[in-house]
Design a protein around this ligand. Structure first.
Ligand code: COA
Length: 257
C-alpha cells in the first residue's frame, strides 16, 4: 500500500472529501458531500488540486458529479470517463413492502458487505473501507440494510441516505449467485419506505450507462429519469515545475486517461 496521505486542507467541513482511490492508488478520489450547496469555485478547485498534488498523488478521479458541479472541473482540464443515468422517485406512491426479509447492517457486517460489492461490481466501481465509510456518512443520516442466507452469509446490501428532505440510494448490490431472487427490489423498497417515513420528499439514484438490469429495476420501482445525468471525471497531473502549483486552474499540465 502506498504511503500517500489524504490532504488535510479538505476536511469534511468543506464539503469536499479526498481519499486514496483504491483502483489506482496513485490517484486521489474527490467527492462532494450531499450537504455542499454550491459548486466548487475555480480558486477552490485549484487549491484542492495543489494540495492533492503536493501530497504526492499523480491525478484525481471524481465521484459522480452533477452537471453544475462538473463545469469547473472541465474548465480545469478534467475529462469525462464515465457517464451515469440519474433517476428520481417522488416517494408519494410507493409499492408495498416486499415479503423478503432484510435486516439492519452493523459495523461487523462491513467485510461481508464489501465481499458482495466486490463480487457484484467491476473493479472501477468497487468500494473499499474508506469509500464504504464515505457512502455511509455522505448524508446526515443513513441506513445500511443487508439480505442474508439462512447461515448468515450476506448476499445483498443497500445504503440509503437522507439530507433534509432529499433522499439518496447510495449503493445497492446483490451477489451474482443470488441475483434474480427479488433481493434488490426488497432492499430498495425497504430503503425508499424508510426515506418516506423520515420526511424525504424524493430520492435520487444513479447508475452507469450500460447497466440495463439496474436501470430496469429502478424504472420498475417508480423512478423516473432526470433530463441530465451525472459524470465521473479524471485528470492526470503532468510533468511540471514546482511553480506550476500556483498557476491558475486550466494552466495545469494534464494527461488524458
Ligand atoms: C442490479 C442488481 C442490484 C439487481 O439485483 P437482483 O437481486 O438480481 O434484482 P431483483 O432480483 O430484484 O430483480 C432482477 C430481475 O430478477 C427478476 N426476479 C425477481 N424476483 C424473481 C423471482 N423470484 N423469480 C424470477 N425472477 C425474479 C426481476 O423481475 C428482474 O428481472 P429483469 O432484470 O428482467 O427486470 C444486481 O444485478 C447487481 O448487484 N448488479 C451489480 C451492481 C449494480 O449494478 N448495482 C446497482 C447499480 S448502482
Amino acid at each position: 500500500m502506498s504511503a500517500l496521505r489524504v490532504p488535510l486542507a479538505f476536511a469534511p467541513s468543506t464539503g469536499v472529501r479526498v481519499t486514496q482511490w483504491r483502483v489506482e492508488p496513485d490517484l486521489a478520489h474527490l467527492a462532494l458531500t450531499a450537504d455542499r450547496r454550491r459548486p466548487l469555485s475555480a480558486v477552490e478547485l485549484d487549491r484542492c488540486l495543489s494540495d492533492i498534488e503536493r501530497a504526492g498523488y499523480q491525478g484525481v478521479v471524481t465521484a459522480a458529479l452533477a452537471p453544475a458541479d462538473q463545469r469547473v472541473f472541465v474548465e480545469a482540464g478534467f475529462e469525462v470517463i464515465q457517464q451515469l443515468h440519474l433517476l428520481r422517485h417522488r416517494l408519494d406512491a410507493l409499492p408495498t413492502h416486499d415479503a423478503t426479509p432484510t435486516r439492519r447492517g452493523r459495523r461487523r457486517d462491513h467485510p461481508g458487505v464489501l465481499a458482495v460489492d466486490a463480487a457484484a461490481f467491476l473493479p472501477f466501481w468497487q468500494l473499499d473501507d474508506a469509500t464504504l465509510h464515505e457512502a455511509l456518512t455522505a448524508t446526515r443520516t443513513s441506513r445500511l440494510r443487508v439480505a442474508e442466507t439462512e447461515d448468515g452469509t450476506i448476499v445483498g446490501y443497500a445504503i440509503c441516505g437522507r439530507s433534509a428532505t432529499r433522499g439518496y440510494v447510495q449503493r445497492l448490490a446483490v451477489h451474482p449467485d443470488h441475483q434474480g431472487e427479488g433481493l434488490a427490489a426488497a432492499l430498495l423498497l425497504d430503503g425508499l419506505h424508510w426515506l418516506a417515513r423520515w420526511g424525504a420528499h424524493d430520492a435520487l439514484v444513479n447508475t452507469q450507462h450500460g447497466n440495463e438490469r439496474s436501470l430496469r429495476l429502478y424504472l420498475r420501482t417508480g423512478f423516473e429519469p432526470e433530463p441530465q445525468g451525472l459524470a465521473v471525471l479524471r485528470c492526470d497531473f503532468g510533468e511540471h515545475e514546482p511553480s506550476e502549483l500556483s498557476r491558475p486552474a486550466g494552466h495545469r499540465a494534464l494527461r488524458s486517461p
